[in-house]
Design a protein around this ligand. Sequence first.
Ligand code: MN
Length: 506
Amino acid sequence: MLTATNYMKPATFNCTVLRDGHQSLAATRMSTEQMLEIAPILDTMGFSALETWGGASIDSGLRFLGEHPFDRLDTLKKLAPKTPHMMLLRGQNLVGYTHYADDVVEAFVKLSVKHGMNIFRIFDCLNDPQNMRTSIKAAKEAGGQAHGTICYTTSPVHNLEYFANLAKEIADMGADAIVIKDMAGLIPPAETAALTEAIKKATNLPVWIHTHETAGLGAATYVAGINAGADAVDVSIAPFANGTGQPDCMRMLALMNGYERCPQLEDEADFKKKLSTISAMLQPVYDSLSRFTSHANEVVNSDTLRYQVPGGMLSNFRSQLKEMNMTDKFEEVFAEIPVVRKALGWIPLVTPTSQIVGVQAMMNVKFGRWKNITPQCADVALGYYGRTPAPVDPELQAMCAKKMGKEPITCRPADLIKPGMQDLRDKLAAKGMPVTDENCVIYAMFPQQLEDYYAGKRPEPPTTPKPENFGAPVSLSTVGVAAAISGRNMKLNIMGREYDVTIEEK
Ligand code: MN
């Protein structure tokens, strides 16, 4: 409990509504345009950080909204220049799904700082500090803050001692703070308190907590964490809060009321008024994204506690099992997840390992255990993702080595990747795209999407509100064309681009 005097400073809130809020509740589909009005208000509210970039927002913005990732950062920084901006970075994977060369990682981090990023939340899907080293160093060198981020998971090896040692190792790399990242919303309040204290004791660094309200534990977790000395917690703003998102700020404020370390606000009445204003402004945005929202994500669901997997993985699973005609095998597949995790050295379930473990569990059930091993699963087993929390099952490792025709490695995987920036420049030039460092780092992760962007194949971002004066869409979607006709006017949607057409009688 709270005893030491150095814990007496009030805690602070970070606001995630511009990133994880809509990533968790609306498939990361909020467009920059939909953020324009609220960003300046958020900037006046005294949050310790605004999460505005990173995670899936870069992939999703480019792929589905036709936005250049650095344009979003520039715009939001301009609209909210006062509060530190924060992003989630998957260590050596940046915001992509595989390891990139050190020079690409360094360039990405440096450019992010140049465009206004302040706080880098750096994690690795295996909790392997080797995969965090380059980006932590790059963030510090570029003048940003490096927050070493620990993925919380449950397993026989993930105890307080393991997490405290991990925090110490990350702190020794120069991290400015340690973040407990509970991507699945699984951490119980008492354990949050114990973990917070253990990490503070091991590192003497600020501890920030990130969780989700998926199973209904999130807000209680924050109260326990703050009372144990945590320095900041992540909240969001309804309707992009609660459920699979972060606990909402208004509720957290009420829950912390009366506690010594309740966040101190300059003017609480004004703060609450702004929260209400933003909520009201976000409601039509939420409604405009109804294709990507679901009631199941808005409510507390204890399945995630039962299966100990992230909420996103649960919903992905349900649809994948349906596609594979395996809905009757749901329980069997879930029973297989701990088997796969154990064989792979108890890896956490977070992007991209949640997908790797999930798919392998399905394959094991469908074809028999380890009869069909995906290349990604084999790469984890062979060390190509990094050091696993516990040793990989030697039998599985031997099987994977034979199947893939390559030997297991124990070095840092990125040590095997040669520098990439020059090659990326050459590729951009050959494709006739603007050769900038910004484009190099984006092209490294999302080549096809960046090509589409410059080829003008940009999807129309969602706008609020939708025009009502057009008739029902005439679906020609098989050829990528959709049309809505009203009188002589027609709206045509071809490959995601919208056109207004006036029909003339001949
Ligand atoms: Mn999250």
